[in-house]
Design a protein around this ligand. Structure first.
Ligand code: DGJ
Length: 779
C-alpha cells in the first residue's frame, strides 16, 4: 500500500495509485495520481520529461542547464528558488527574507492514521507515510503526512511545521497540501451559494492563471464550500477522469487551482492566508488541517461514492456512526418564537400519531428570546413558555413515546442578554471601534478560556439535567472583526476560534456520545468535514423548498453522503420562495437525507395527515438504504429532470426518484434507469402517493357532473377528505433492461386525469421501488 523504492514513494489504494519521487537535489517531484497501476510501472517512464532548457526560466543549479523548479510537477514547493507558481508556504525566515529551500530529510511509514493534537483527523487509515523536509539553511522542518484509506480510495494529506530554530518563525501561509497535475483540459467544479441557496454546483474551465475557492467569513461558509472537483472536460456521471478534494476544517479555507505556462495544474489547499499570521515559538509545531483526495476514471458518481464511503467510515465517529437516524419534527417553521407548552404539546401529539420519533424544540425557549433581538447567551428556560422547565417538558415528550431534542446557539450573544450585561468582554469586538452586528448578535470569543468554560458549563448542565438525546447546534452570523483580547497576535484569531470551537465540542459531546448532534449555521453555512467529525448530520439549508433542495442536496451529494444531510418536509407555499410544491415531492426529496418534518400539523388536512403517516412508515422501512445505500445521480438528456437513486448494500433493492422541475408542453415519455443492481429479475413499482383535487384548479369543472367553484366551500371540503391515487406502474424486468432504462407511462399533456397517466406538472415527482423478485415488499 505504501512502498518505497530508493527515491520513489508510492501509495496504492484499491483503485488508485499515487507516486512521487525525490529529485537529485532533494525536492519532491510529483509523478502520477490516477487509476491503479501495475507494480512494474516506474517513475522514469511516468514522469513529465525534462530535456530542454525552458526559455526565461531560473535554473536551480549553475551546473545544470535543465533543472528549473518552475517547469517541474512538484509535490511541495518553495519561494524564491525559481518556482513562480503559488507556493504552499510564506514564512518570514530568520534572515528576514521569504526565501526557503525545503528538501528531503527523512521518511517514516506507520500503521494506521495518526491523530493530530489540535485538529480533528480522519481515523482508521491503513498506513501513513511521513516525509520530513528540512530547509537547507535553517533548522525548520515540514512533515508531510500521507494516509492511505485503501477501501475508500482516499488519500489524505497534511503538513506540520516544526521550528527547530532559536527564534520565532512567522508563518504567513501554510497550505496542507500542494500538488501539480498535468492538464487534461480540466474543468473546476465548486459548490457556491448564499443563505437559502447553499452548495449550488458551478463549473468553469481551468484556464491560465489562478482560480481561488475560499472563505473569509470565519466559517467554511455558504458562499464557497471547501470541497471541489477537477474533471476532464467531457467527464460525465459515469465516465471520465475526476479528482475530488475536501478539507477537514470549519474555518477560513483557501484552495488554489493554477494553470502554469507548462500546462501543469497546481492544486493547493489550506487555511486561508488572508488575516492569518502565526508566530511559531522555537521548538513548537503548527498542525494544518487534513485534506481529503480521491480519484476515479469512472466519472462523478464513482468519485462521490469514494467520498461518501470515506465520510461514513472514517469521519463520522462514535455511537451514531452508521446508525439509522430518527425521523424528527422540528417546531421552527411552525412557530418561530411564538409558542407555549400547550402549542408544543399539541404539535408533538400530532407528530407522534404520524410516526415521528424525535421532537425537536428550536430557538426561543430561553431568556428573553421572543425575537432574534435578545436572549442569546442566557440559558435559563423561559418558564412562561415552558412552566415545567426543560426537564419537565422533555419528560412529557418522552412520555408520549418520542425522544427529545433541543436547539442551542452557544457561540453567540445578544447585547440584550444577562450574559452580555455581565461580561461584555466575552464578545468579539475591538476596543476602539463600534461592533458590527449580524442578526442582531455578536460572536462569543472562543479564543478566551473563560468563554469556552462558560459555554461548556452551561450547555453541559442542561444536557445532564433533562433527557435530551439530540442537540441542534446553530451559528447564525459570519464573524467580522477578528480580534481577541486574549491574543497578542491577532493573526491567530480565526484559526484559534476554530480550535476553541473544536475544544468546546469535544468537551461537551465527548462524554455524552449518546447525543445525536446536528450542526447548523443558518442552514449549510458550516457544512464541512470538520463539523462532521463531531456532528454526524448537518442541517443542509434553511431552504426547505424541495426544488431548491434538488440543487442544494444535489450539489452536496458530490461530496457528502445522504446520511449527513438534514432534510425536512415543510409547508407550501414555501417560506423561502413562495413556490407551491406537492407534498409528495417534498417527501421524495427529503428521503435522500435524514428525514424530518417542519410544519404546523394543525393546519394540514386529514388527507395530508394520512399521506404523511404513509410517508414516514415507508421511510422507516427503507431508511437504511436512503441514508447509507449507494447514491447515484442518474443522468437525463432532458434538462427539466433530476433523477436520484439509492441502492441497497446487497444491490438487490433500489429506490429511484424522478423529479420534474418545470413541465414542458407535450413532453415525450420518460425512462426509468436503475443502475448497479445484481444480475437477475426484478419487480419495479411506483410508490403509491396521493394526488389532491386542488392540483387541477378550475379544470375540475370539465369533469364534474355539476359545476362547482374551485375556490368554494364544497371543493375545499372535498379536498380535505378525499384524494386521488397518483398513477401507479408495475413491471417485471431484468437488471439489464433496468440498466438501459424502461419507458414510463406518458404524463399529463392536456388530456385530463386518468389513473394511467403520470400527473407531474411543475415540481411533480414519483418514487420507484425496485426489488429482486424473491423479496417483494409492500409500499
Ligand atoms: C437558523 C437555523 O438554520 C434554523 O433552522 C433555525 O434554527 C433558526 N436559525 C433559529 O434561530
Amino acid at each position: 500500500m505504501v512502498t518505497v523504492d530508493r527515491t520513489t514513494f508510492r501509495i496504492d489504494t484499491k483503485n488508485t495509485t499515487y507516486i512521487f519521487q525525490k529529485t537529485k537535489y532533494g525536492h519532491l517531484e510529483h509523478i502520477y495520481y490516477g487509476s491503479l497501476l501495475s507494480k512494474e510501472d516506474k517513475a522514469t517512464s511516468l514522469r513529465q520529461k525534462q530535456s530542454v532548457q525552458v526559455g526565461s526560466s531560473v535554473l536551480y543549479d549553475k551546473g545544470d542547464t535543465i533543472y528549473g523548479l518552475d517547469s517541474l510537477c512538484l509535490e511541495w514547493s518553495d519561494n524564491g528558488r525559481g518556482d513562480y507558481r503559488q507556493s504552499p508556504t510564506e514564512f518570514k525566515m530568520p534572515d528576514g527574507s521569504f526565501v526557503t529551500d525545503f528538501i528531503y530529510d527523512s521518511h517514516d511509514i506507520t500503521e494506521g492514521s495518526i491523530p493530530m493534537d489540535t485538529l480533528p483527523t480522519a481515523y482508521g487509515g491503513n498506513k501513513t507515510l511521513k516525509i520530513t523536509l528540512k530547509d537547507k539553511v535553517y533548522p525548520i522542518y515540514i512533515d508531510l503526512y500521507y494516509s492511505a484509506f485503501y477501501d475508500t480510495d482516499v488519500i489524505t494529506r497534511r503538513a506540520v511545521v516544526r521550528n527547530g530554530s532559536e527564534s520565532p518563525l512567522v508563518i504567513r501561509r501554510i497550505m496542507s497540501m500542494s500538488l501539480d497535475l498535468p492538464d487534461e483540459g480540466f474543468e473546476l467544479y465548486t459548490l457556491d451559494g448564499a443563505w437559502i441557496k447553499e452548495a449550488n454546483l458551478h463549473k468553469r474551465p481551468v484556464s491560465y492563471g489562478i482560480t481561488i475557492n475560499s472563505s473569509t467569513t470565519g466559517a467554511s461558509s455558504n458562499r464557497h464550500n471547501p470541497a471541489f472537483l477537477l474533471a476532464e472536460s467531457d467527464a460525465k456521471e459515469d465516465y471520465g477522469s475526476v479528482y475530488g478534494f475536501n478539507f477537514i476544517y470549519s474555518g477560513n479555507h483557501y484552495s488554489v487551482v493554477e494553470k502554469s505556462d507548462r500546462d501543469y495544474i497546481r492544486v493547493a489547499m489550506g487555511i486561508n492566508p488572508c488575516f492569518f499570521e502565526w508566530i511559531l515559538p522555537p521548538r513548537d509545531k503548527f498542525e494544518t488541517p487534513e485534506v481529503v483526495m480521491t480519484y476515479s476514471n469512472k466519472g462523478f458518481n464513482e468519485t462521490s461514492y469514494h467520498m461518501h464511503n470515506f465520510i461514513n467510515e472514517h469521519i463520522v465517529r462514535g455511537e451514531w456512526k452508521k446508525k439509522e437516524r430518527p425521523v424528527l419534527l422540528n417546531n421552527w417553521e411552525a412557530h418561530f418564537f411564538n409558542f407555549n407548552e400547550g402549542k408544543l404539546l399539541a404539535l408533538a401529539k400530532e407528530a407522534k400519531n404520524l410516526g415521528v420519533e424525535l421532537f425537536v424544540l428550536d430557538d426561543g425557549w430561553f431568556g428573553k428570546r421572543n425575537s432574534d433581538k435578545a436572549g442569546l447567551g442566557d440559558y435559563n428556560v423561559n418558564t412562561k413558555k415552558l412552566p415545567a422547565g426543560i426537564k419537565g417538558f422533555a419528560d412529557k415528550i418522552n412520555n408520549m413515546g418520542m425522544a427529545f431534542g433541543l436547539w442551542f446557539e452557544p457561540e453567540m450573544v445578544n447585547e440584550d442578554s444577562d450574559l452580555y450585561r455581565e461580561h461584555p468582554e466575552y464578545a468579539v469586538k475591538l476596543p476602539n471601534r463600534h461592533a458590527v452586528l449580524g442578526r442582531n448578535q455578536l460572536v462569543l470569543d472562543l479564543c478566551q478560556k473563560e468563554v469556552r468554560n462558560y459555554i461548556v458549563g452551561e450547555v453541559s448542565k442542561l444536557l445532564d439535567n433533562a433527557s435530551i438525546s439530540y442537540v441542534k447546534w446553530d451559528m447564525n452570523r459570519h464573524i467580522a472583526e477578528g480580534y481577541s483580547r486574549a491574543l497578542e497576535n491577532q493573526g491567530e484569531f480565526y484559526h484559534r476560534y476554530i480550535l476553541g470551537l473544536y475544544e468546546v465540542l469535544n468537551r461537551i459531546f465527548g462524554p455524552r456520545p449518546h447525543i445525536l448532534l446536528e450542526s447548523c449555521s443558518s442552514g449549510g453555512n458550516r457544512f464541512d468535514l470538520g463539523m462532521l467529525c463531531y456532528s454526524p448530520q448537518i442541517w443542509a439549508s434553511d431552504d426547505t423548498d424541495p426544488i431548491e433542495r434538488l440543487k442544494i442536496q444535489g450539489g452536496l451529494s458530490y461530496f457528502y453522503p445522504p446520511s449527513t444531510m438534514g432534510a425536512h418536509v415543510s409547508q407550501s407555499p414555501h417560506q423561502q420562495t413562495l413556490r407551491e410544491t406537492p407534498l409528495s415531492t417534498r417527501f421524495n426529496v427529503s428521503v435522500f437525507g435524514c428525514l424530518g418534518y417542519e410544519l404546523d400539523l394543525k393546519y394540514i388536512t386529514r388527507e395530508e395527515r394520512k399521506e404523511i403517516a404513509e410517508q414516514i412508515a415507508f421511510y422507516k422501512k427503507y431508511r437504511r438504504i436512503f441514508q447509507y445505500g449507494r447514491f447515484y445521480r442518474i443522468p437525463s438528456y432532458k434538462d427539466n429532470k433530476v433523477i436520484w437513486e439509492a441502492l441497497s448494500e446487497d444491490k438487490e433493492t433500489a429506490l429511484t426518484a424522478l423529479f420534474q422541475t418545470l413541465a414542458t408542453a407535450a413532453e415525450s415519455s420518460d425512462k426509468l434507469r436503475v443502475i448497479g443492481l445484481n444480475k437477475g429479475g426484478y419487480k419495479v413499482r411506483t410508490r403509491v402517493q396521493r394526488l389532491y383535487l386542488k392540483r387541477f384548479g378550475g379544470l375540475l369543472k370539465h369533469v364534474l357532473p355539476i359545476e362547482l367553484n374551485p375556490e368554494g366551500a364544497i371543493l375545499r371540503m372535498v379536498n380535505r377528505h378525499y384524494s386521488l391515487r397518483d398513477s401507479v406502474e408495475s413491471y417485471h424486468c431484468s437488471s439489464e433492461a433496468l440498466e438501459s432504462g424502461i419507458p414510463l407511462r406518458e404524463q399529463f399533456i392536456g388530456t385530463g386525469y386518468d389513473k394511467n397517466i403520470r400527473i407531474l406538472g411543475d415540481f411533480g415527482s414519483n418514487l420507484y421501488i425496485t426489488e429482486k423478485k424473491s423479496q417483494e415488499g409492500e409500499n
